[in-house]
Design a protein around this ligand. Structure first.
Ligand SMILES: [Zn+2]
Length: 435
C-alpha cells in the first residue's frame, strides 16, 4: 500500500508534502464535509467516494466519534445480498458555534449547535460608543461567559467564537485596526476577549460585521443563493458585504466593503472617521435620528451616563409611529435617507452589478418607505438604467444578521479543522491517498 501524499505549495511557491498533522486535518475535514452533503453513509461508501483507504476512514471515524462530531446510526444494506454495514452520520448536537456582534449600541448573540439548531439568541442594549474599549471588552466578556454557560447547559459548549465588529479588522491577528464609530484603534480584541474568558480554551476569531451579515444573507436571507449581491448594514455606521460570483469579496487586506465612507458630499457633515460627507453621514441611523427626532440625537449624553441611551429598537419604533401618523418632519427625513440610499446604491451597482441590494438593520424596519425612494433614485443614476435589473430588498434577519453569520462561520471553521475542538490528540495516521 503506497503512502504518497499530495503536494501542496509553500510560501516560496515550491511544491512540498503536507505534514502528517495537516494531512490528517484535511482528511478529517474531507470526511466530515462528505457526511454533511450526503447524510448517513457506511465507512466503505465514504472510502469509495473520497478515495481514502478503508483503514484510514475507520481511523478518522474513531477520532470524529471521540470528538462528538459523528454518531453511529444503525445499519444499512448495500443491495439485496451482502452483510449489513454500520452507517455513520454527522452529529453536531454536542458541539456549539457561538456568533457575536458588538456594535455602537448593542451586543448580539447567536449560539447554535453544528446542525444549525438555535440554542441562544439575544440582543443586549449596550452603549459601546460611550463606554470606551475597556468597559466594552469587560461587558463583552461578561455576556460571553454567561452564554457559554447557557450553551454548556444545553449540551453543546461552543467549539469556537466569531465576533463581528463594525470596522476594519485584521482577521488573521484578531485585531480591530479601526472602528470609527466605537473609537477603537488597534485593539487586539481576540486576545483581550480570551483574557476576559480566563481559562476557557475556545478559539476566538474577529471579523467585520457587514461581511458576516452578508454571509448570513447569502446562506439564509431573503436573497439566499443570489450569486451577485450587496448587503448593507443599517446601523449608526453603514457597512457593506459584497458577494461576487457566490464569494465574499474581501480585498487584499480584508478591508473591502467600507461603503459607509464613500465620499458622497464634500460639503457635508463630519463623519465618525474624521472625514467629511461620507455616505453614512447621510444614511446612517444617527443621521436619520438627528433629523427625525433631534431631541434624541446620538451623542447628547455620551460619557455622562445620566441619561440612558434609547435602545435602537425603541428609536426605530418611535420613527415608525411618526410615519404612520404622518409626522411631516419624520416623513421628510426618511424620504431624504431613501434618496441618498439610492444615490450610494447606484455607485455600488456601477461597480459590482449586483442583482440585489439587501438592506438590513434599521433600513429593513423602514423599508416600506425607504425602498420606493431609493429604487427610483438608483434607476435614474445608474449607467445601465433599468437594464441593471438590481432591486433593493429588505432583510428579514433583523439586527441579528451579523451574529448569525458569525455562528455559521464557526461551523465552517470546525468543518475545515475538526481538530480545533475537543481534546482528542492527533494520532499517528495512515495517510490517505487524496484530499
Ligand atoms: Zn467616514
Amino acid at each position: 500500500m503506497t503512502q504518497r501524499q499530495p503536494p501542496t505549495r509553500s510560501a516560496n511557491g515550491l511544491a512540498q508534502p503536507l505534514g502528517h498533522a495537516s494531512l490528517r486535518r484535511a482528511n478529517l475535514a474531507l470526511v466530515l464535509r462528505h457526511l454533511r452533503e450526503e447524510g448517513s453513509c457506511s465507512r466503505a461508501d465514504i472510502a469509495d467516494s473520497t478515495g481514502l483507504h478503508r483503514a484510514t476512514v475507520s481511523n478518522l471515524m474513531a477520532e470524529l466519534l471521540e470528538r462528538g462530531l459523528v454518531r453511529e446510526v444503525g445499519t444499512e444494506r448495500a443491495g439485496a445480498i451482502g452483510r449489513p454495514r454500520r452507517a455513520v452520520a454527522l452529529d453536531g448536537s454536542h458541539v456549539g458555534a457561538l456568533g457575536m456582534e458588538i456594535n455602537v449600541d448593542y451586543i448580539a448573540v447567536h449560539g447554535t449547535d453544528l446542525s444549525g439548531r438555535v440554542l441562544v439568541e439575544r440582543r443586549i442594549s449596550f452603549d459601546a460608543m460611550g463606554q470606551g474599549p475597556d468597559r466594552s471588552l469587560a461587558e463583552l466578556g461578561r455576556v460571553t461567559r454567561r452564554v457559554i454557560g447557557d450553551m454548556k447547559r444545553a449540551g453543546a459548549p461552543p467549539g469556537g467564537i466569531v465576533v463581528g465588529v463594525p470596522g476594519l479588522v485584521d482577521s488573521g491577528r484578531g485585531v480591530v485596526a479601526l472602528a470609527p464609530n466605537l473609537g477603537w484603534h488597534g485593539l487586539p480584541l481576540a486576545d483581550r476577549l480570551r483574557e476576559e474568558l480566563g481559562g476557557l480554551q475556545v478559539p476566538v476569531t474577529v471579523d467585520n460585521d457587514a461581511n458576516l451579515a452578508a454571509l448570513a444573507e447569502y446562506t439564509s436571507g431573503v436573497a439566499a443563493g443570489t450569486a451577485d449581491m450587496v448587503s448593507l448594514t443599517g446601523e449608526v455606521g453603514v457597512g457593506g458585504g459584497i458577494i461576487v460570483g457566490g464569494r465574499l469579496l474581501r480585498g487584499a487586506d480584508g478591508f473591502s466593503g467600507e461603503v459607509g465612507h464613500l465620499p458622497v458630499d464634500p460639503g457635508g457633515d463630519r463623519c465618525g472617521c474624521g472625514r467629511v460627507g461620507c455616505w453614512e453621514t447621510k444614511v446612517g441611523f444617527a443621521a436619520l435620528v438627528r433629523s427625525a427626532t433631534p431631541d434624541q440625537a446620538y451623542g447628547l449624553d455620551a460619557g455622562q451616563g445620566a441619561v440612558p441611551t434609547p435602545d435602537p429598537e425603541e428609536r426605530v419604533r418611535e420613527i415608525a409611529r411618526g410615519l404612520a401618523e404622518g409626522d411631516e418632519r419624520m416623513v421628510g427625513a426618511v424620504a431624504e435617507v431613501g434618496r441618498w440610499l439610492g444615490l450610494g446604491g447606484s455607485i455600488l451597482v456601477n461597480l459590482f452589478n449586483p442583482r440585489v441590494i439587501v438592506i438590513g438593520g434599521y433600513f429593513a424596519r423602514l423599508a416600506e418607505r425607504l425602498i420606493p425612494a431609493a429604487q427610483a433614485e438608483l434607476e435614474q443614476l445608474v449607467i445601465a438604467g433599468p437594464a441593471a435589473r438590481c432591486r433593493f430588498m429588505a432583510s428579514n434577519l433583523g439586527f441579528g444578521a451579523a451574529s448569525r453569520g458569525a455562528a455559521s462561520m464557526v461551523v465552517d471553521h470546525i468543518m475545515d479543522d475538526p481538530t480545533a475542538i475537543g481534546s482528542a490528540p492527533i494520532a499517528p495516521d495512515i495517510a490517505g491517498q487524496r484530499i
